[in-house]
Design a binder for this molecule. Structure first.
Ligand code: ZN
Length: 430
């Protein structure tokens, strides 16, 4: 008896499989059922109007009866647990776990995104595990079977243009123009080398911005990069154009090919306040006599990381009288910087080591002649002390001669594009 049931089961299974293949050949050619890499067409959609009609992009929102849940994976979550919480019944969960390749889907990491699409009558349609909304493992349910395969979706990249006049603060005005936070941060970073966004901004200053957004099936999945920007402060216009160098590194240059970044950071400590400025006639707090203060003091707790403000080579690392634990970085023939009163140096850091701008080289302390924990920072040009707060910082590497032509072509294209968008927004109509 048992054997007969067993055989009938197999018979049924073959029948289902046969019907399944049959149906697939007729209708299902667009649904991938094999373990193949699925790759979608890359389409950069040029907007023809200023209003973003994102929901016309994918055009595949026909099956409105399906419900997609988006779950962010947290600590100790398991696939089975999340699937049953989503309302998927045990029989489908079991079928998924048995399917070939399911172990890849079960490999959840904190922060992963699990998209579970279930039809109105509680039948699974699609399960997608991804870190970035684009790449991941997909389980498609079709004809009673799950097929699991790697997916690498190519999103639609849409351009957005914004032209904003600043009312009170840059941030507030940008938010009101619906510019996403990450793009505002990028804008501040790009122009922050030249413009102090707290003190230098006046009402009426304005900026134009061209940036990207990534969409998948009409839904925005992430913010993209700034492609170009120009910032008008009074009569002066600051420009920035995104450019990928031959080595694929992304850089921003002005339309004249100048790097928007400087060769030096303004400050070697991130969270601190200036407790003593550069002053050649200062009375020293410990020695109590006139002693020039040839640097800037940054008050910060002991242990706060100290960053080298520019690329260079460690020229000195050790105790040096009143400086206490001192590091000197030589940046070029002309420029060097000093970091004093450190509590300790970065482990393994030796004289002669190369360091990159922003790299941590030591930690704030109060060694040497110091009344409390702070960083004493000096900036020397041609061996002469210079005020680090007011020195005109040299720009980082400009566009190379070799890549100049290609860059200017990009720069002109993208600036013209911004003009077009601007005119579409503001040109008078009759
Ligand atoms: Zn000092």
């Amino acid at each position: 008896m048992k054997n007969i049931i067993f055989e009938i089961r197999y018979y049924l299974l073959f029948l289902i499989l046969f019907i399944g293949i049959f149906l697939y050949l007729i209708f299902g050619s667009e649904n991938p059922t094999n373990s193949v890499n699925e790759s979608f067409d890359y389409r950069e959609i040029e907007r023809s109007s200023i209003d973003l009609e994102v929901f016309s992009v994918g055009g595949e929102n026909k099956q409105t009866s399906n419900r997609t849940q988006i779950i962010y994976v947290e600590k100790n979550n398991t696939l089975i647990e999340l699937l049953s919480e989503s309302g998927l019944s045990n029989k489908y969960i079991r079928a998924l776990i048995k399917a070939k390749g399911s172990e890849k889907l079960a490999n959840l990491k904190i922060g992963d995104i699990l998209e579970i699409e279930i039809s109105e009558d509680q039948i699974p349609k699609n399960i997608f595990l991804t870190t970035d909304g684009l790449n991941g493992i997909n389980a498609n349910f079709n004809n009673g079977l799950f097929s699991i395969y790697k997916v690498s979706k190519k999103p639609d990249v849409l351009e957005r243009f914004a032209s904003v006049e600043i009312q009170d603060s840059l941030y507030q005005s940008a938010v009101e123009a619906d510019i996403p936070d990450s793009v505002i941060m990028d804008l501040v970073y790009i122009f922050g080398w030249d413009i102090d966004f707290i003190f230098d901004i006046r009402p009426g200053d304005s900026f134009d911005l061209l940036y990207e957004e990534y969409y998948w099936k009409g839904n925005k999945i992430k913010n993209g990069d700034i492609k170009a920007a120009r910032f008008k402060r009074g009569k002066k216009v600051y420009t920035a154009v995104r450019y990928f160098l031959e080595n694929e590194q992304k850089e921003f240059f002005s339309i004249r090919g100048k790097n928007v970044e400087k060769a030096f950071l303004r400050s070697p400590v991130e969270f601190s306040y200036i407790s003593s400025k550069y002053n050649l006639k200062r009375k020293h707090p410990i020695l109590n006599k006139i002693k020039a203060h040839t640097g800037v003091d940054y008050a910060a707790p002991t242990g706060t990381p100290v960053r080298t403000t520019g690329d260079g080579t460690i020229a000195f690392r050790g105790n040096n009288g009143g400086y206490g634990k001192l590091i000197e970085v030589k940046h070029s023939e002309d420029y060097s910087t000093r970091y004093a009163h450190l509590s300790r140096y970065k482990k393994g850091l030796e004289v002669g080591d190369k360091v990159n701008q922003g790299e941590v080289i030591g930690y704030v302390g109060r060694t040497g002649r110091a009344t409390g924990p702070h960083l004493h920072y000096e900036f020397r040009v041609n061996g002469m002390h210079t005020d680090p707060l007011t020195v005109k910082l040299p720009a980082a590497e400009p566009i190379s001669d070799k890549e100049k032509d290609a860059f200017f072509k990009t720069a002109i294209e993208v600036m013209n594009k911004m003009d077009d968008y601007y005119l579409k927004l503001y040109a008078e109509t009759d």
